[in-house]
Design a protein around this ligand. Structure first.
Ligand code: SF4
Length: 208
């Protein structure tokens, strides 16, 4: 079976399981989304949502964030993984946005990646979520599922998987499929206990 054939079986199953999906991170401003996505690396959206309301109410503008004391930001976000580095990035993102972008988050992928802590995946998520620019950033769930389904090679990294998925998924489905695959990985095809007995795409899965 070709990878394209596998996608033709996968997409309807994702539509059945998760017809309505979207970003689970809470944000109200463009830079809040960038910071929330950066904070979500190697931790759950729920744990990010537990700290960002305090962070963004304590510092309610980019200027306030840019001038925040590192120790105070660390204290607010200390419950999430890698908080020390992420606290530096929170302040750094605010400073670079003010210094280089007049306080407005850019939509260009390369420019987004000039922000501290923002790599290809975070930039892709911001573009898809805030600017609605078709993109299919690959997180840990999408990486695992793509390999289980044989849509990518076991040794592929996230960027290589992203490129492979983009070749076999229609561009107008990138954003929806991105969210659906994350949900599939979080709630169905989980890392440790995938629900293989209920899975309707077993025939295309290498794990089973
Ligand atoms: S058969 Fe199991 S491992 Fe394969 S896609 Fe379905 S739930 Fe995931």
């Amino acid at each position: 079976m070709t990878k394209k054939n596998k996608i033709e079986k996968l997409i309807p199953f994702l539509d059945e399981l998760f017809p309505q999906v979207g970003c689970e991170l809470i944000y109200h401003k463009d830079y809040e989304l960038v910071i929330a996505v950066m904070l979500s690396a190697q931790t759950t959206d729920a744990s990010v949502n537990a700290v960002t309301p305090v962070l963004f109410s304590t510092y309610s503008s980019l200027e306030e964030l840019a001038n925040a004391k590192l120790e105070d930001v660390e204290n607010i976000i200390h419950s999430i993984g890698l908080y020390k580095n992420k606290a530096k990035n929170v302040i750094g993102i605010a400073q670079v946005l003010l210094r280089d972008f007049n306080g407005v988050v850019p939509s260009d992928k390369d420019l987004l990646q000039t922000l501290p802590g923002v790599g290809n995946k975070t930039a892709g998520v911001v573009r898809a979520e805030f600017f609605k620019i078709p993109d299919l950033p690959v997180d840990t769930h999408i990486l695992r599922i793509s390999k289980r389904l044989g849509l990518a090679n076991l040794e592929d990294d996230a960027y290589e998987v992203e490129m492979k998925l983009k070749k076999i998924i229609d561009e107008d489905r990138y954003i929806k499929t991105h969210h659906q695959l994350i949900h599939f990985g979080r709630y169905f095809c989980t890392a440790r206990n995938p629900q293989c007995e209920k899975c309707k795409i077993k025939e295309i899965c290498n794990k089973k």
